[in-house]
Structures are given as structure tokens and as C-alpha cells.
Ligand binder design. Structure first.
Ligand code: ADP
Ligand code: MG
Length: 693
């Protein structure tokens, strides 16, 4: 019955059906799972005379007069309505919505929702209020005289039409609508039946506190959210359990010899966080089924060495390792770094990038295929292209939280079941991590190597650039190095590129003539980039002007100053990543964010956050709140589930609870492997995860 298409509801013709479909609503089930965006208490509508400025309220009244008014700004029109109830009248205005002329007419009974404000000439006014026009027969039915649900408009389907549709759909609910959750679980959590939940989530009984409704915290709402979360986590766990059925061809062992060779390559003492993460990883390596682990650690936390030690364990067991970075610059840097560290071992390492010459590449491919080279560093082309391994045991993917799901699928398709370690410096709040990466295990390095000082960060309007340049001069004269970063909206954005190029020239000739200035940007050829980056790393350049290609992973400990131009254009997490390029040794580092005034509210918030804290987790939380999960992870990114009732931010507690309950349920019920496979299929369809891993 819930699968009934919406066309079968009275009042849904082709046009409305299409608009509903566009909003993702195809069936009664979809419709009933779409929560209102908010609830309004229209059981006690306030008399107009008692309204106070600043408070959001709904009022009901009759349109006394209305009409379109021109303003001094050409083309800019204001629609005005005078609305009265027995206690008084107030003015409502809508800016630039001339079509309202055809919507409102004197004599209509309307409900308006908005915040009243004082008008210049006295009296109250509502600006751009939400509105509903009531017909005679609507009065005291589902649209007023009670707590009413307000839905998001879907094309031609207004909130009011949707309210009617939902109401009709609810009337059709069979009295024996089955529950999805096991009854004992539902009872224990104090959640109502599904049927009761649908009814009360859309048309709440009069005694439900409106605040609870608008926090989506009533038992009815919680049932629907929990149900979806429980199913989701069951699927994630099922996927994990079926992955645990896979078998690695070679099982890794760790003995004293291996521990000794790890000690030989280690240039410093590991932090507690590094040790704990390494232990978890090495335990995974020794299991019979492949590892799927995410290693999280703020920029500079020292993830590379942890990955390298894991690689060493694999190599000592005769396995090959693919170490992949998102860009060629980073691959090159890892290669240099790793070759240096591995000099203290017997293992060879090769670099395979687009810049590798044809002959060299052919030779290296042969060496990888024969197994002579155990460790290959490169970009993602490593597992996707023509590279064949003799015995690939471990894949390390650096700086990617858009991570390896697809790569893992590619590997599996090639018949490979290596251990996979994904590293990311984008801290993901725990609950989100469980939801988004629930089938990955997560290790977190929370501490930084000893002696690191937090980067001193300031934000200044770009009118104070000269002062910042003076500071850079002092630092460079004292032997340190500096980054000057330009935003590049797109790598192909010619205007910005020109600005960056010109700025590099200007800095080199006019501002810092006594220093060596280099330029790095995304449109340079790979070997050109390499040359510049290597020169900077070797201290042959004092100042590196770059577009955001320097963002991830680059490690030049002597660089202690960063100037970010147009800082207002960067996202919060991105600024944090950038800033992570300095502060990489024991000396004090500085980051100066130059912005162009005036700042938007959002930009001001971002700059405030980045200057207030250097804790990557806190920054991630704030970024999430500023942008919402969709933008935080990039919209429609593979692997982000499509939820109907769940809001990733709002419902974090319930998601957590649902996960614990799902684990407990699986452990007590112990479904058969075939039941699990079946569960996975429904699950992947339901959450649109089919294209992934
Ligand atoms: P990230 O986690 O951002 O990838 P890196 O692995 O690049 O960080 O490490 C940052 C810097 O800190 C490197 O120069 C590295 O050599 C150094 N480092 C890492 N771990 C330690 C440690 N335990 N003690 C001292 N220095 C360390
Ligand atoms: Mg790194």
C-alpha cells in the first residue's frame, strides 16, 4: 500500500506528480517519510493587537486591501496587503514578487507567518512572510485551529497542497501497518508503532510541545529517524561482515627481526597517537581478511611515518605496497622522503608518475611486475592503469577522504584483496565518520609531534599588506621561508592565474628584490612544478608564491610564514589545510590572512573560527555547522547515503544509538550469510549506494 504512486492521490495530476517526483517523492511511502520543515501552532493564533516586534508568529486574518506599489528603484516593486482581525490590522509587504497580485484579493481569509517589525511611521509590519490562503471549507480543518505541519514547497505543490495530500495519505494507512523494527527494541526505547508515528509526525496531537516538534525530538519523529538509521547501520555492518569473509592470499606475521628493521628506519620517537594507530594497523595486517582502515590525523600529526612503518611490515613479509597521493607533487615528495628513510633498510622504492619517461617507465613496470621493487609511489593511476604487481599486499591512499571506495572496487575487480589504508587530514566528527565510513575502521592521531607551537594566525584587511610584507622580510632575513598563497577558483581560471603570476613578479621585483621568489601553479607542467617545489624544499627559494596546489601534504619544515591572499574566498577546512603547511617544526610559525573588505557574514565567521583555534576537529565541526554536511563533503559525492528522515547534523545522537542497537541485534540474531547478502541488496538500493564499492 505504501508503494502506491502519488498520482493515485486525489488532486495529483501529471504536473504535480512531476513536481513531487522532482523533489524525490514518488510514492506514499516517500511522502510520509518527508518531514515538515517546521510546525506552526495555529491552535491559538495571536490577535494582531498583541504582536510584539521581533517574534516569529502566525496570525490569521482577512485581507482588507492589497496592491502592487512601484518604488524609486526602476523595476523594483513591492506588493502590500493590509490584513485585519477583530483586534486590529497590520501591513504585510513582499519585495519584488509582483506575481502576488494574482494570488491575493480583498476578502480572503489568510494565515501569515513571519517576524513582525516596527515600521518607520509606527505600527507593525511583516516583511516577506510565509502565507496561506484559506478557503471557506478549510477553516478549522487541517490548516488552522491546531498544530500544522509546514512542508517545503515542491514546484507547483505548495505547503498547503502537500498538507492536504499527506492528510489524505494518512487516511489510507491500513490499521495493521507492519513495523520494521523488532517490537522488543521499539518498546525498550519507548518508541511508538510506525502507524502512530506517521500520524503524529505529520498531524501532532494538541498536547505535543511545539518546541519538541521543531527540534524533531518527539517519539513519533524519533521512531522514523531511528528506523532509517537502524536499517542503514545494519547494512553497513552487513557489508563489513561480508568483507570479513574475503581472504588475503598471504597472512602477515610480525617478529623481532621486523621490529628491529622498523626501529632502524625510524628517525624519531613516535607520539602516543602514532603508536596506538600503528598498533591497530599492524593488528589488521595480521588478520586473515583485508584491512579497510581510515587513518585520521590533523595536518602535521605525522601520518606518513605510520603508513611507512606499516608498509615496512608488509614488505618484510614479501608483499608489495602501492603508496598513492592525490597529486604528482605530493607523490614526488613522499618518494623523496621515503627513499631517504628506507636507506636504512634493504628495500627499494620506485616513483611512477606522468612525468616518468617512456623508457624508464617500461623498466620500472617490469621491475614491479617481477616483484624486484616492493614499494611504488605514485598517483591513483597506480592501481587503475597498466601497473601489474607480483604480490600486492597493501595499498596506502594519502590525503583523500573522498577515499578509496571506488579504488577498492577496482582492486577487487582485478581479483586483488590487499589491505587498504586511507589517510586523511580532514577530521571528521565521530558520528559522521561512523555513518559515512561505517564500513571502515578508524584510527585517530590526536596529538602532534612534541614541541610544536600553534601557528599564530591573524586576519587583516589587505590595506595592511605593507606591514605584513615587512614581517615576512624579517623572517626570511632570519633564514626562514615563506608561502604566499593565491586562491584559484578553478585551475583554468585565467584571470586569477594572471593575478598570481603578476603578483609573483611584483613581489620578486618590487617587494622582496633581495630574496629568491618562485611561482607554483596548477597549470605548470609536472616537471616544472617538481623543479620549483624541490627548489623550495631544498631552501634554494626563499618565498614561494603559489595557488592552492600547495594545499595538501607538502612538507617544508623551515617554512614559517604564510600569507593567504583573498582569504575570504577560502572555505574553513581549506584554510586549515593551507595553514598546516607551516608550523612543522619546533619554531614559532605565523599565518596572516589578508582579506578584502567588506566581509560577508559567512566569511567573517570563517576568519573568526580560523584565528580562534588551531584544533582541526573543532574547525571541522564549525565548518560542518557553517556549510552543512552536503557542502562539507561535496555534493553528491559517491558514498554519501541519501537519507529521507535523517539529518546528519541534527540526528547524531540517534545515529549513534542506532548503530549500537544494530550491532547488538546482529550479534543476537546471527543472520545467515545469504540473509546478509539479501539485506545488502535492499540496503544498497534503498540508500542509493549501488555505484559504490
Ligand atoms: P601529516 O600527518 O600531515 O601527513 P607528516 O607525516 O607530513 O604529517 O609529518 C609532519 C612532519 O612531522 C614531518 O616533517 C615529519 O617528519 C615530522 N614528524 C612526524 N612524526 C614525528 C614525531 N613523532 N616526532 C618528530 N617529528 C615527527
Ligand atoms: Mg601527509
Amino acid at each position: 500500500m505504501l508503494a502506491t504512486p502519488l498520482q493515485y492521490l486525489k488532486g495529483v495530476g501529471p504536473r504535480r506528480a512531476a513536481d513531487l517526483a522532482h523533489a524525490g517523492l514518488l510514492t506514499l511511502d516517500d511522502l510520509l517519510h518527508r518531514f515538515p520543515i517546521r510546525y506552526e501552532d495555529r491552535s491559538r493564533l495571536l490577535p494582531i493587537v498583541s504582536l510584539k516586534p521581533g517574534l516569529a508568529t502566525s496570525i490569521s486574518g482577512r485581507v482588507l486591501s492589497c496592491g502592487l506599489r512601484s518604488t524609486r528603484r526602476p523595476g523594483f516593486k513591492i506588493f502590500e496587503a493590509l490584513v485585519g482581525d477583530p483586534s486590529g490590522a497590520l501591513r504585510a509587504v513582499w519585495l519584488n514578487q509582483p506575481f502576488l497580485r494574482d494570488v491575493f484579493a480583498p476578502g480572503q481569509q489568510v494565515v501569515l507567518f513571519g517576524a513582525a517589525e516596527m515600521r518607520g511611521g509606527g505600527g507593525l509590519q511583516l516583511t516577506n512572510p510565509q502565507y496561506e490562503i484559506l478557503e471557506e471549507e478549510d477553516r478549522a480543518t487541517i490548516h488552522t485551529g491546531r498544530i500544522v505541519p509546514v512542508y517545503e514547497k515542491a514546484g507547483s505543490v505548495t505547503p498547503k497542497i502537500q498538507r492536504r495530500l499527506v492528510y489524505d495519505a494518512l487516511q489510507r494507512l491500513p490499521s495493521d501497518l507492519p513495523d520494521t523494527l523488532p517490537d522488543p527494541l521499539r518498546m525498550r526505547l519507548g518508541l511508538p508503532s510506525r502507524r502512530a508515528a506517521f500520524l503524529a509526525a505529520h498531524f501532532p496531537p494538541a498536547d505535543v510541545p511545539i518546541e519538541d516538534l521543531n527540534r524533531f525530538a518527539t517519539p513519533a519523529q524519533r521512531l522514523l529517524i531511528f528506523e532509517e538509521a537502524f536499517l542503514f547501520h545494519l547494512g553497513v555492518l552487513a557489508r563489513r561482515r561480508s568483507a570479513a569473509e574475503e581472504r588475503k592470499p598471504v597472512q602477515v606475521r610480525v617478529d623481532d627481526g621486523i621490529r628491529e628493521s622498523a626501529r632502524r628506519v625510524l628517525p624519531f620517537k613516535l607520539t602516543a597517537g602514532q603508536k596506538a594507530s600503528l598498533k591497530e594497523i599492524v593488528e589488521d595486517l595480521q588478520r586473515p581478511y583485508p584491512m579497510n582502515r581510515l587513518l585520521q590525523g590533523d595536518v602535521g600529526a605525522g601520518k606518513t611515518i605510520v603508513a611507512l612503518l606499516a608498509a615496512l611490515v608488509a614488505m618484510e613479509n614479501g608483499l608489495q605496497v602501492a603508496f598513492m597521493a592525490p597529486t604528482e607533487i605530493l607523490a614526488e615528495q613522499h618518494f623523496l622522503n621515503i627513499s631517504r628513510l628506507l636507506q636504512a633498510s634493504r628495500h627499494q622504492v620506485a616513483l611512477l608518475t606522468g612525468a616518468t619517461g617512456v623508457a624508464a617507465r617500461r623498466r620500472q613496470l617490469a621491475e614491479v611486475e617481477s616483484g624486484a621493487v616492493p614499494l611504488v609511489v605514485g598517483t591513483h593511476a597506480l592501481v587503475q592503469g597498466d601497473v601489474r604487481f607480483k604480490q600486492l599486499g597493501l595499498v596506502i591512499i594519502d590525503e583523500q577522504h573522498r577515499f578509496g571506495v571506488l579504488q577498492r572496487a577496482t582492486l577487487r575487480a582485478k581479483g586483488l584483496h590487499p589491505d587498504v589504508l586511507v589517510m586523511t587530514a580532514t577530521p571528521i566528527p565521530r558520528t559522521l565518520a561512523l555513518t559515512l565510513y561505517g564500513d571502515l575502521d578508524v584510527s585517530v592521531i590526536r596529538d602532534l609531534p612534541p614541541g610544536r607551537l600553534p601557528v599564530k594566525t591573524t586576519a587583516k584587511p589587505d590595506s595592511r599588506r605593507a606591514e605584513v610584507h615587512r614581517f615576512v622580510k624579517e623572517q626570511v632575513a632570519a633564514g626562514r621561508q615563506a608561502y604566499v598563497v593565491y586562491p584559484l577558483v578553478e585551475e583554468s581560471d585565467k584571470v586569477d592565474l594572471k593575478a598570481a603570476t603578476e603578483m609573483a613578479d611584483h613581489l620578486a621585483q618590487d617587494v622582496f628584490p633581495e630574496f629568491r621568489v618562485g611561482l607554483l601553479h596548477g597549470r605548470m607542467k609536472p616537471d616544472g612544478k617538481d623543479r620549483v617545489m624541490r627548489a623550495f624544499a631544498a631552501g634554494e627559494l626563499d618565498i614561494l608564491v603559489s595557488t592552492t596546489v600547495v594545499e595538501v601534504g607538502v612538507d617544508v619544515p623551515n617554512a614559517s610564514v604564510m600569507i593567504v591572499e583573498h582569504a575570504e574566498r577560502f572555505g574553513l577546512s581549506q584554510l586549515h589545510q593551507l595553514r598546516g603547511r607551516v608550523g612543522r617544526d619546533r619554531r614559532q610559525s605565523y599565518c596572516c590572512l589578508l582579506y578584502q573588505a567588506p566581509l560577508s557574514d559567512d566569511a567573517r565567521e570563517r576568519l573568526r573560527a580560523i584565528t580562534e583555534t588551531t584544533d582541526g576537529f573543532e574547525i571541522a565541526e564549525r565548518d560542518l555547522l557553517l556549510r552543512g554536511p552536503g557542502d562539507f563533503f561535496g555534493t553528491r559525492q559517491a558514498g554519501i547515503p541519501t537519507f529521507r528522515s535523517i539529518d546528519l547534523l541534527r540526528d547524531r545522537d540517534l545515529l549513534d544509538l542506532a548503530r549500537r542497537e544494530a550491532v547488538a541485534w546482529l550479534d543476537s540474531v546471527r543472520p545467515t550469510p545469504s540473509a546478509i547478502t539479501e539485506m545488502l541488496q535492499t540496503w544498497e538500493t534503498r540508500f542509493h549506494l549501488i555505484e559504490v564499492g
